[in-house]
Write a protein that binds this ligand. Structure first.
Ligand SMILES: Nc1nc2c(ncn2[C@@H]2O[C@H](COP(=O)(O)OP(=O)(O)OP(=O)(O)O)[C@@H](O)[C@H]2O)c(=O)[nH]1
Ligand SMILES: [Mg+2]
Length: 370
C-alpha cells in the first residue's frame, strides 16, 4: 500500500539519517512522527518511527545515567510535598517569578540567559512545601527528566514580546520530549505477561486499526505475551503510546507575564484553547497564581492528633484521594502492622474508620495502634 507521505516527510527523513548527534537525531525523529501519515497503510511506518524514538531515548537516558559520577546540576532530587518547574524563553521573568513565589534569591537581569543552570526555591503553601525549579532557557534534552518528574509546569509567556513565537517554541520542545500538556491519558491498560500470548479487550474502540494491527505492532516491539484493555475510543497511535509507555501527561498553567494589553491575551487564549492560565500585571497577581497552583496540585491537608488530643501544627500533605493507609505510611511505615483503627473528626462529627477510608482536606486524624 502506498504511504502517501507529504514531501516534507522525505526532507525530514533525510535529516534523521544525516544527524550525527543523537540528540539531533531524536529531534528529527520527533519531527518525522509529526508529519508521518497516520492512515492504515502507513501503520508500519508509524511503528518503526516510534520504535526508533524509544530506542534512542533509552540510549540517551542510559548515557546520562553513566555520566552520574561528575556533578550533574540537572540531577535534582525531588523534595517537599510536590514539585513544579518554570519553563519560559530567556528574559521572560522566570527568576522574577521564582523569587516572588519562593524563598529563592536568584539574579534577575535584562541580560538574556542570566540563569544558566536550574535554580531551586521552596514555595510554602497552605502548610505544604513545594519544590520550585527555574529551568534555564536553553530548552535542552537533559532537562526533560526534571519536567517529567514535576507535578505541575508553569509555562511563562512574556506578553511584551511575540507570544506566538514563544508558545510554538515551548510546545515543540515539550512535544519532542514526549510530554503532553493538559491532556488526559487515554484510558488503555497495558500489562506485560510471562505467558498466555496476546489478549486484547475493547478492540472495537480503536477507530483506525484492527486487532491484528495491534498484535503486529506488539510483535514489532518484541512483545509476545501481554494484555491490553481499551476502555474508550482511541486511535492506533494512542495504542502505540500505551505499549511504548514513555509519554508523560503533565498539567500546566500558562502564566502571562509583563502584561499591558489584556485584550491581546484573551485572543491568544481563545486561539489556542488554553483553559489554565493566569495574567500577571503586578506582584499582587502572584498571590492569585499561588491559589491556582494549590488547586492544580490537588493536595489535601490532614491534621494529626496525638494521644493527648493535641493537634499537630503542620498538617500532613497528601494527594487528593489518599486513604488512611497513606497517612499512616507517611507518619511511620511500621505502624501499618500495628494499626487498630483511626478516628476522623470531620465537620464536627467523629467517625471510626479503617485503613481504606478516603481522607478529605481538613480532616483531623487520630490513629490507634497496638
Ligand atoms: N515590568 C516587569 N518586569 C519584569 C517582570 N518580570 C520580570 N521582569 C524583568 O524582566 C527582566 C528579566 O527577568 P528575569 O526574571 O531575569 O528573566 P528570566 O526568564 O529568568 O531570564 P533568563 O534567566 O535570562 O532566561 C528583569 O529585568 C526583570 O526585572 C514583570 O512582571 N514586570
Ligand atoms: Mg533567570
Amino acid at each position: 500500500m502506498p504511504i502517501n507521505a507529504p514531501p516534507e516527510f522525505y526532507e525530514i527523513k533525510k535529516k534523521v539519517l544525516e544527524a550525527k548527534d543523537p540528540y539531533e537525531k531524536l529531534k528529527w525523529l520527533n519531527e518525522l512522527l509529526k508529519v508521518a501519515p497516520k492512515h492504515k497503510g502507513a501503520h508500519n511506518l508509524l511503528i518503526q518511527i516510534k520504535k526508533a524514538i524509544k530506542k534512542l531515548r533509552e540510549e540517551l537516558e542510559e548515557k546520562e545515567r553513566k555520566k552520574g559520577t561528575t556533578f550533574n546540576p540537572y540531577a535534582i532530587k525531588k523534595e517537599g510535598d510536590a514539585t513544579i518547574v518554570i519553563l519560559g524563553v530567556e528574559n521572560s521573568g522566570k527568576s522574577w517569578l521564582l523569587n516572588r513565589l519562593t524563598n529563592a534569591n536568584v539574579e534577575e537581569s535584562d541580560i538574556p540567559f542570566t540563569t544558566d543552570l536550574p535554580k531551586i526555591g521552596a514555595l510554602h503553601l497552605n502548610g505544604a512545601i513545594i519544590q520550585t525549579i527555574e529551568l534555564p532557557a536553553f530548552f535542552e534534552s537533559r532537562a526533560y527528566t526534571l519536567i517529567r518528574n514535576a507535578d505541575l509546569i508553569l509555562i511563562l509567556l512574556d506578553a511584551s514580546r511575540d507570544l506566538e513565537e514563544q508558545y510554538q517554541k515551548i510546545m515543540k520542545y515539550l512535544e519532542q520530549g514526549g510530554i503532553e500538556i493538559n491532556k488526559r491519558k487515554p484510558n488503555i491498560k497495558f500489562e506485560r505477561k510471562y505467558s498466555g500470548g496476546i489478549k486484547i479487550y475493547g478492540e472495537q474502540f480503536i477507530t483506525d486499526a484492527s486487532k491484528e494491527d495491534v498484535i503486529k505492532a506488539l510483535q514489532e516491539f518484541g512483545i509476545y505475551n501481554a494484555e491490553i484493555t481499551i476502555y474508550e475510543k482511541v486511535t492506533f497511535e494512542d495504542v502505540l503510546d500505551a505499549i511504548d509507555g514513555s509519554k508523560a501527561y503533565k498539567k500546566a498553567i500558562f502564566v502571562f507575564n509583563k502584561v499591558k494589553n489584556e485584550k491581546e491575551i484573551e485572543e491568544f487564549i481563545k486561539k489556542h484553547k488554553i483553559n489554565k492560565y493566569i495574567i500577571i500585571k503586578d506582584e499582587k497577581d502572584v498571590e492569585k497564581l499561588k491559589e491556582k497552583i494549590w488547586k492544580e496540585l490537588e493536595l489535601i491537608r490532614v491534621y494529626t492528633m496525638d494521644h493527648l488530643k493535641k493537634k499537630a501544627e503542620r498538617p500532613l500533605i497528601l494527594k487528593k484521594g489518599s486513604k488512611v493507609r497513606d497517612a499512616v505510611k507517611k507518619i511511620n511505615e511500621k505502624w501499618l502492622d500495628l494499626f487498630v483503627y483511626a478516628k476522623i473528626k470531620r465537620n464536627g462529627k467523629i467517625i471510626r474508620v479503617g485503613l481504606d477510608y478516603e481522607l478529605q482536606d481538613g480532616d483531623l486524624l487520630e490513629i490507634k495502634i497496638k
